[in-house]
Design a protein around this ligand. Structure first.
Ligand code: BG6
Length: 609
């Protein structure tokens, strides 16, 4: 998730582009760059820098970029570490491009272009398109937009792509597929951006591009068409949000926005990795053969630890490799029995958490192999790991993790299927079924989120509870832990998650008519058992909030309140059963007037011990 801007008009482009990128920095901030057409020389002036936008501003003070047509980008790395060479724009022969998204077939295209004698200066997937456009122009494409269409006909993947060219000095062309892109209508000038906040200080009249659309922008106006070239007309919309609201896409908090971004975060994390044609999973070229492994140890902290607990279910059931899950803060001091035949999987959204980093160092000191799962390219933990499966959730601003949690589940499912196929345990037909079900998860999440709504009524009912209990079995046990953590993090209500089978060994003593008990009871192998736990709670006047599979009429009669989720297989259930718990916690925290995005005493990433 990167931020993109574009401008064509009478004013100096640079300050407008930098202002727009400042408003989009929540989308990515590991490097940034501009390309501006200098009317004096007819050449593209390009400036790129690593780090936050302020570094680019410093570079522009040293070397300004004059001109009225330009594009800009603030990056959240997916392919290639944050560096000046990998920063956007990427330019080839006077054609410069900025991109937000992922090209799935970029390696294949790169090989073809290299065979044709072209050289590359970055590790990115984006640079491919600059070459493809230049190639199309060289082959006689009559216009820049035509050259863009030729290039797009060869790529597979998600993109918001914006292009300027020295050979076409008065225009910007752009295209959208799966990543957001908005046109801003000015008076004798035009704007383009990934999101509305970038242009609100200049215009409130916008046109949102839809899937598979292409736009030509000139100062006087824009032309919209589809990939085949057929013209499209669309009325503009007037945006009434203020800039802060716009950064949250109209949501009151980043956390709620991020809860609703989960379908996209999962889709982007799966993109280019599911291989239905071979019933297999590609871990970005990394091969992980479990046959040489004695066991897998998953280490993490906080919400990432709960993802690890579900990873254990996935890897053990699909690859039959024994897994242990450890809190990093314990693992690092326990002189763990670990060695070269073990694989440590370190899970960390930020990639910087001190305890998890130390656990990785400890494991490496024992000669152990290390695979990381992280959301931040080239952060500390990935830098010292053998390989990393990056989640592509985009920056997560809310301190309480939501979209990065479910994106971690997607990464773990990918790893488990990959290992399962190589262990020989997971046969092609079953793998094909799992791959189909995983690919359908984003749509199921969208359905679940819209059916659940805002749960304000549930919040009103339970907001004054002093204690909460969350119980579950199988893959729902870690979700019970995660639900309790979410509620604690942002509502400050005491909450505990428990394996339901443990209730009678202690926690049931807490149950009375003042304690809401969240019972995770989706259909599946543990259903009957969890229902009997629910009955035990009811017998002590516990107030049952159940999470159940749509259509389960029995549950509706047994619980004070039921939060419904679509029916999927047990390994996929965590993607859905966590959603009502995220929304309920959010709604209760808001009802209690708490600062949901920056709750007390917590930090997004704990980089000190
Ligand atoms: C805490 C965050 O500081 O660290 C949690 O508030 C998070 O949301 C935990 O789960 C672990 O962080 P990471 O970045 O290692 O996944």
């Amino acid at each position: 998730m990167c931020g993109i801007v574009g401008y064509v008009g009478p004013r100096q482009a640079t300050p407008i582009l930098v202002g727009g990128l400042r408003r989009l920095e929540y989308r990515g901030y590991d490097s940034a760059g501009l390309a501006v057409l200098d009317p004096r020389t007819g050449k593209l002036g390009i400036s790129r820098s690593v780090g936050k936008l302020v570094e680019l501003e410093r570079a522009l003070e040293r070397q300004p970029l004059p001109g009225h047509v330009g594009i800009g980008h603030t990056r959240w790395a997916t392919h290639g570490r944050p560096s000046e060479a990998n920063a956007h724009p990427h330019s080839v022969n006077g054609v410069a491009v900025v991109h937000n998204g992922i090209f799935e077939n970029y390696l294949e295209l790169k090989r073809r272009l290299q065979a044709a004698g072209r050289e590359f200066s970055s590790e990115t997937d984006t640079e491919i398109v600059a070459h493809l456009i230049d190639e199309a122009l060289g082959a006689g494409a009559p216009t820049l937009v035509e050259a863009l269409r030729v290039a797009l006909s060869q790529v597979v993947g998600a993109y918001a792509l914006v292009v300027v060219s020295e050979r076409h000095p008065d225009e910007i062309v752009a295209a959208k597929n799966a990543s957001p892109l908005v046109i801003g209508l000015g008076n004798g000038e035009m704007f383009l951006a990934s999101d509305v906040p970038a242009m609100l200080e200049h215009t409130r009249d916008v046109v949102f591009l839809e899937e598979g659309e292409v736009v030509e922008l000139r100062a006087a106006g824009f032309k919209l068409s589809n990939l085949a070239g057929a013209p499209i007309t669309r009325p503009s919309r007037r945006i009434l949000w203020d800039a802060v609201q716009a950064e949250k896409n109209g949501y009151p908090h980043f956390m709620l926005k991020e809860i609703h971004e989960q379908p996209r975060a999962i889709a982007d994390t799966l993109r280019g990795r599911l291989q239905p044609e071979t019933s297999d999973v590609d871990l970005d070229g990394y091969e992980l053969d479990p046959r040489s492994l004695r066991r897998v140890v998953l280490v993490a902290c906080g919400t990432s630890f709960h993802a690890g607990l579900i990873g254990k279910f996935m890897i053990e059931s699909l690859a039959r490799v024994p897994c242990e899950v450890d809190l990093a803060s314990e693992f690092r001091y326990r002189d763990p029995v670990i060695g070269p035949n073990d694989l440590l999987i370190a899970i960390s959204q930020s990639g910087e958490t001190a305890d998890t980093l130390a656990a990785v160092k400890e494991a490496r000191a024992h000669g152990c192999r290390v695979l990381a799962i992280s959301n931040v390219v080239d952060s500390a933990i990935p830098r010292i790991s053998e390989a990393t499966v990056y989640t592509h959730a985009g920056p997560e601003i809310g301190v309480a993790s939501t979209k990065c949690f479910t994106a971690q589940l997607a990464a773990l499912a990918l790893i488990a299927i990959h290992m399962g196929r190589r262990s020989g345990h997971l046969k092609a037909p079953e793998a094909a079924r799992l791959i189909t079900e995983l690919a359908a998860i984003p749509a199921r999440m969208t359905t679940a989120l819209s059916a659940l709504g805002d749960l304000k009524d549930v919040a009103a009912r339970y907001r004054d509870a002093r204690d909460f209990l969350f119980i579950g079995r199988g893959t729902s046990f870690p979700i019970a832990l995660e639900g309790a953590l979410k509620l604690k993090e942002i509502s400050y209500i005491h909450a505990e998650g428990y394996a339901a089978g443990e209730m009678k060994h202690g926690p049931i003593a807490l149950v009375d008519d003042g304690v809401p008990v969240v019972v995770l009871a989706p259909r599946g192998p543990h259903y009957d058992k969890i229902i009997s736990n629910l009955v035990q709670v009811r017998a002590r006047n516990g107030r049952v909030i159940a999470v159940g599979t749509e259509g389960d009429t029995q549950l509706a009669d047994m619980a004070e309140c039921v939060l419904w989720v679509p029916d999927v297989s047990p390994l996929m259930q965590p993607f859905l059963t966590v959603l009502p718990l995220q929304i309920m916690s959010y709604a209760i925290a808001v009802a209690r007037g708490n600062d949901v995005d920056q709750p007390r005493n917590l930090a997004k990433s704990v980089t000190v011990e």
